[in-house]
Design a protein around this ligand. Structure first.
Ligand code: GLA
Length: 387
């Protein structure tokens, strides 16, 4: 956000609440580069923080009220105190900030008694780019600052955001989204060994580019389907006598598959294979072998499509189109699946015109064009302005 944008956010905050904010925090969305559903299975994953953000401006509320406003929403949501239960209906987005506020207490961190929050974003919601994690992290940094604490170590910030999502929003997600948004670094991918979790960064090749093709398809059952896959994986690990599925190599899993129901065996095969692919991708990146990286990305998609069964016709069609393109190294669904977006890794000379051709081809069969975004990697969550 450049200074003019900061000024306009401050202005909007003043118009909404009648006084100025004391802080603005910003957190990036992320792409899941590779490592589909590996995180809560104790596996590895590579993600990239992206230059699409959630901004949160905040101030204390002297009456101890909790006031929240989203630039996309019609009105300020005002709560006299912690409602204790989940907010429902069109204000349900408030469960993320409220969950973070409650998590600050769970973590023994300072939090304001009351607050005024203003949320703005240029991250498409429901595209699998982690607008929820970005919201959680920006709210956490903003509320900590309002309570007098300047920042939080990225590992802690990621754990706090995940805690809010697991315990107060109710999604049994892993650490990928919050970990990538917290640890993001311009020109880099974030590698997470989710068992620790242990975070590190690896250079993103300067000659390659990331593009998003968002189907805008939002699966009505997405949260339920995500939780089902999560349960299937944890149960499979139990049946096989390991703590988490990533404890097994593909060779170790093969003779055990018959112990699992056929469908569950497929889920396990996906996780174990995907964990191995993340390692192969990291070493191909180290060697600068982008065509090997691309093949691994597309293999990841095929595994999601056929084994984990969290893809959709729209996502598969986009990957089919992208895979055939000579300037595309590889493509795959990114994030939870069951809708959302495809990520493509492309050569330097892949252009808007190439992207438009792919979109046109896709629209011919799907009725509407995908939203196309050319992404850059970005730095992680941070405070960008103090009053
Ligand atoms: C969502 C979850 C993550 C991860 C991905 C799939 O983004 O929030 O924790 O499980 O799906 O890899």
């Amino acid at each position: 956000m450049n200074p003019t944008e900061t000024a306009s956010l401050i202005q909007e905050f003043k118009q909404t609440y009648g006084h100025a904010p004391v802080v603005i925090a910003r957190a990036p969305g992320r792409v899941e580069f590779i490592g589909n559903h590996t995180d809560y299975n104790g596996g590895a994953v590579l993600g990239a923080a992206i230059d699409r953000y959630v901004w949160v401006a905040a101030s204390p509320n002297p009456q101890g009220r909790l006031r929240l406003f989203s630039a996309n929403g019609p009105a300020v949501l005002e709560l006299p105190a912690d409602p204790g239960t989940k907010v429902t209906g069109s204000d349900a987005w408030a469960n993320y900030p409220l969950g973070v506020w409650r998590s600050l207490k769970d973590f023994g961190l300072p939090r304001p008694e009351g607050f005024d929050l203003f949320v703005s974003s240029n991250l498409p919601a429901g595209a699998g780019l982690s607008s929820s994690a970005a919201l959680e992290l920006a709210v956490a940094l903003a509320l900590l600052a309002v309570a007098g604490q300047d920042g939080l170590a990225p590992d802690q910030l990621a754990k706090l955001g995940r805690h809010a999502e697991n315990h107060y929003v109710g999604v049994p997600c892993g650490i990928l989204d919050q970990g990538t948004s917290a640890h993001g670094k311009l020109g880099h991918l974030v590698h997470i060994d989710c068992r620790g979790p242990v975070f590190s960064v690896v250079p993103f090749p300067s000659s390659a580019h990331l593009w998003i093709f968002n189907t805008r398809e939002k699966h009505a059952l997405i949260d339920g389907m995500y939780a089902t896959r999560n349960r299937e994986c944890l149960d499979a690990a139990k049946t096989l006598g390991v703590a988490l599925l990533a404890d097994l190599t593909p060779a170790q899993l093969a003779p055990l598959e018959s112990k699992l129901a056929p469908e569950v065996a497929q889920r396990a095969k996906h996780i174990v294979g995907e964990h191995a692919r993340v390692h192969e991708t990291a070493s191909a990146l180290e060697k600068g072998d982008l065509s090997a990286v691309g093949k691994l990305l597309t293999a990841s998609h095929r595994s999601s499509q056929h084994l984990f069964e969290n893809s959709t016709r729209a996502l598969d069609d986009l990957v089919d189109l992208l895979e055939k393109h000579p300037k595309v190294y590889g493509a795959r669904l990114t994030g939870g699946g069951f809708g959302g977006a495809v990520m493509a890794l492309t050569q330097d000379d892949f252009s808007e015109k190439d992207a438009a051709e792919i979109s046109q081809n896709y629209s011919a069969h799907h009725g509407g064009a995908p939203e196309v975004i050319h992404l850059q990697s970005a730095d992680g969550a941070q405070i960008i302005w103090r009053g």
